[in-house]
Design a protein. Structure first.
Ligand SMILES: *[C@@H]1O[C@H](CO)[C@@H](O)[C@H](O)[C@H]1NC(C)=O
Ligand SMILES: *[C@@H]1O[C@H](CO)[C@@H](O)[C@H](O)[C@H]1NC(C)=O
Ligand SMILES: *[C@@H]1O[C@H](CO)[C@@H](O)[C@H](O)[C@H]1NC(C)=O
Length: 623
């Protein structure tokens, strides 16, 4: 796990036990994701094999250590032959000391070719002239006389349409930063030789200079595949452009995004990270409140939350909006602003959410939950100082509110300050031993600190004390899965699923689908049982169609099986469902990598075969 969490990761962790546990321990997707990030790699899937490329070496995704590619050892027959002369033909910058006279060697020998004159030349003459003109062009290029070089290459092209001449002329345009011309000439070269790596790289650079990132990405990708990922700078370019493309698209998505609530699983996990409180005095169910009044709406919203369903959360969000519209809230005004801000935050409307929280704090500085929520907003913007300051203010106003310590622990946790986190979880437990997530998170933290035995003991104690709560089994299962205790992990997830079902029966809805997804991951890791894993993810998606974790997991499972087109659909859906820009960028990076790969396959069918051959020679296939 990265020690510097991204804002997205930060949010996941702070948003409640469920999210942080899913993030911190064994979730397959998270592990893969962080592995990608840590290793700066790009993943490709062709024909059922996922190939991960890092630093020029190809690895299988599922195999942990490096798998050096066979092809690194084998001499490459066709390529070697083809590239060698090309490389030699490329113009080289010559030392400045090169005598000027050498540039235009015998001018009498250098033919002058025009569109007209070339017609009268024989085949052999054209060939000879082309070679001479190109050689002179290379010399002119070497002495940085680019206009002269362009003229010579142009004449050479009249004699013979050779991809190298176009590519060399492109090198001149490149030196003059004339990107449209570079694109034109490299395109001509590539049309003549679709596997011309140098031309592809040159065109990619020009596209990038012109801000045409998708096209640059496609070219660098093709060049990497042709080159079998040996050129590190091209591989880095792929990664850089993936990020650029994803960021550009994410900005557009954010601009046009309608503000709506994320999946019920997400909302539940956020809200349950605050201890449930009874309805406040004056808003009890028995209190006689005029229908449609502000207070009546506050109560309606608080009750709607308890349903834990998408409809309930939508109703709650509307109720808090109306409550503030109606007014007349008296001492409940701070709570109303706090809750409206909470739902605005969940919808991703962070600016107005922050205003609401500020207002809530102004109205009632003793409502410490407002500081805690504001801290999580600061954290989402990677503003750790402001977050820490809010926890400080919160503990000043009420040093005995366990929520404060629980959430401060979450902050420590995502900063990998595990021993501080453990202290704060313990503090929260001392103040309220009935809040289950402090116990669970303490167990997860102990695990992260390497105290596996203490962690397992904490979880066994949790089962004793909270044996009827699905969350305990879900997170215990995740840690077991991380230790590759598959059988036990699956049992725990199954228990969690059963308990969720029971809870749904009692509440009338609102099932947490994380145990289903975790079971899918466990079956996948344990038995490579794709169909069972997919089925479980589909089940989760029927229950909570907007669950981003289920969608992303599904995408990964499909990618693992080489179902690239289907995987792309899911990655795009994951981007749609993401709440923050960081999350959208992450999902889109996968989507773009997948899409680019599909495009390369379509545009260069021979390369798909090449990558397949390459993977086949590498390591025992993951099946
Ligand atoms: C590697 O690729 C870069 C462009 O990405 C190119 O400039 C460089 O010449 C290549 N190196 C080799 C050894 O082919
Ligand atoms: C809200 O989010 C946007 C986009 O992520 C960001 O630019 C802005 O600074 C955020 N505002 C606050 C108050 O955090
Ligand atoms: C502090 O928080 C605790 C727990 O929520 C609560 O019981 C207590 O009344 C609060 N104290 C003040 C002064 O608000």
């Amino acid at each position: 796990m990265a020690s510097q969490p991204s804002p997205a990761a930060a949010v996941e962790a702070v948003e409640g036990a469920a999210h942080s546990a899913a993030q911190s321990s064994s979730s397959f997707l998270d592990r893969v994701t962080s592995w990608y990030q840590d290793n700066k790699v790009v993943a490709w899937t062709i024909a059922g094999v996922t190939v991960v490329v890092a630093g020029g070496t190809i690895y299988y995704l599922s195999s942990s250590p490096k798998q050096p590619s066979d092809s690194d050892k084998k001499p490459k027959k066709r390529k070697a032959k083809k590239d060698a002369p090309k490389t030699a033909d490329e113009p080289k910058a010559e030392p400045k000391a090169a005598p000027k006279s050498a540039v235009v060697d015998d001018p009498e020998e250098l033919p002058e070719v025009t569109e007209e004159s070339v017609k009268s030349l024989s085949e052999q003459e054209r060939k000879d002239y082309a070679a001479k003109l190109k050689a002179a062009g290379n010399k002119a290029y070497g002495s940085k006389d680019y206009n002269r070089a362009i003229d010579l290459y142009t004449q050479a092209i009249l004699c013979k349409a050779d991809p190298v001449f176009y590519s060399n002329r492109a090198a001149c345009w490149n030196a003059m930063s004339n990107w449209p011309k570079v694109i034109e000439d490299t395109t001509a070269a590539i049309n003549l030789d679709s596997e011309y790596v140098k031309a592809l790289n040159r065109r990619a650079n020009a596209y990038e200079q012109e801000g045409r990132y998708s096209e640059a990405l496609l070219d660098y990708t093709a060049s990497c595949i042709i080159d079998q990922f040996r050129n590190e700078s091209s591989a880095q370019a792929v990664e850089r452009l993936l990020k650029k493309v994803a960021e550009t698209k994410a900005k557009k998505i954010m601009e046009g995004k309608e503000k709506r609530l994320p999946s019920p699983t997400f909302v539940s996990n956020y809200l349950q990270s605050f201890r449930a409180k009874p309805l406040p005095e004056g808003l009890e169910e028995t209190a006689d409140l005029p229908e449609g009044s502000g207070k009546w709406h506050v109560r309606k919203g608080l009750l709607a939350i308890k349903q834990r369903t998408g409809e309930g959360y939508t109703e709650a969000a509307e109720s808090f909006d109306k409550a503030i519209e109606q007014g007349g809230l008296e001492k409940h005004e701070a709570l109303a602003y706090n809750m409206r801000g909470t739902f605005r935050y969940l919808k991703g409307d962070n600016d107005t959410a922050l205003e609401d929280l500020n207002k809530a704090i102004e109205l009632d500085p003793t409502l410490v939950q407002s500081y805690v929520k504001r801290a999580s907003m600061h954290l989402e913007q990677s503003n750790r100082e402001a977050a820490a300051q809010d926890f400080e203010l919160a503990s000043q106003h009420n040093a005995s509110d366990p929520d404060v310590y629980y959430h401060r622990a979450q902050l420590h946790f995502i900063l990998s300050e595990f021993s501080n986190a453990a202290t704060d979880y313990q503090k929260s437990m001392d103040l309220d031993k009935d809040f289950i997530f402090s116990h669970i998170q303490l167990g997860v933290t102990q695990y992260k600190m390497g105290s596996i035995a203490s962690s397992m003991a904490t979880f066994r104690r949790c089962i004793k004390n909270f044996g009827d709560k699905s969350d305990v089994y879900n997170y215990y299962g995740e840690l077991l899965l991380d230790q590759q205790k598959y059988q036990e992990a699956v049992e725990k997830f199954e228990t969690a699923v059963e308990m969720e079902k029971k809870g749904v029966g009692e509440r009338g809805g609102g099932m947490n689908v994380l145990p289903l997804i975790n079971k899918a991951l466990a079956l996948f890791q344990w038995k490579q049982d794709f169909s069972a894993a997919e089925e479980l993810c589909q089940k989760a998606l029927i229950i909570d169609p907007e669950c981003d974790i289920a969608v992303a997991t599904m995408a990964q499972l499909l990618l693992q099986q080489g179902k690239v087109t289907e995987a792309l659909t899911y990655f795009e859906r994951a981007a749609e469902l993401s709440r923050t820009e960081g999350e959208i960028v992450n999902a889109l990076s996968y989507a773009e990598a997948t899409r680019t790969q599909l495009e390369v396959q379509e545009k260069y069918p021979q390369l798909a075969a090449k990558l397949q051959g390459m993977s086949a020679g590498m390591a025992p296939a993951m099946r």
